[in-house]
Design a protein around this ligand. Structure first.
Ligand code: FES
Length: 104
């Protein structure tokens, strides 16, 4: 279910923003004119991906250099082996909505 987690002004093009979504830290990025959302915790050893770098649609973890495709969550480069959990995200007016992944 999509829930409001912030507003359009929270997001800057090319930037990363971590928001609380039903108790989970979720990273919302705006890149290539689209929004993407994924769990902020690196699947390698748990670092915050927001401390890393976003280049186009690739986020690089600052801890050990794992890279993920933000459009799908797929691993682009290890040492991480598990993909990130992606989430639906959209703007509705000024409201930023992200899927809380909770069954209702
Ligand atoms: S914790 Fe992200 S690469 Fe190791």
């Amino acid at each position: 279910m999509l829930i409001r987690v912030g507003s359009q002004t929270d997001i800057t093009a090319g930037g990363m923003k971590v928001l609380d979504v039903a108790g989970t830290k979720v990273n919302v990025v705006s890149t290539d004119g689209r929004l993407y959302a994924f769990d902020d915790t690196c699947t390698h050893r748990g670092c915050s991906l927001a401390r890393g770098r976003l280049d186009g649609t690739t986020v690089t973890c600052a801890c050990h250099g794992s890279q993920f495709d933000v459009t799908s969550g797929a691993v682009v480069h290890g040492p991480a082996q598990q993909p990130l959990r992606s989430r639906s995200v959209q703007l509705e007016g000024d409201d930023l909505l992200v899927d809380d992944l909770l069954a209702r």
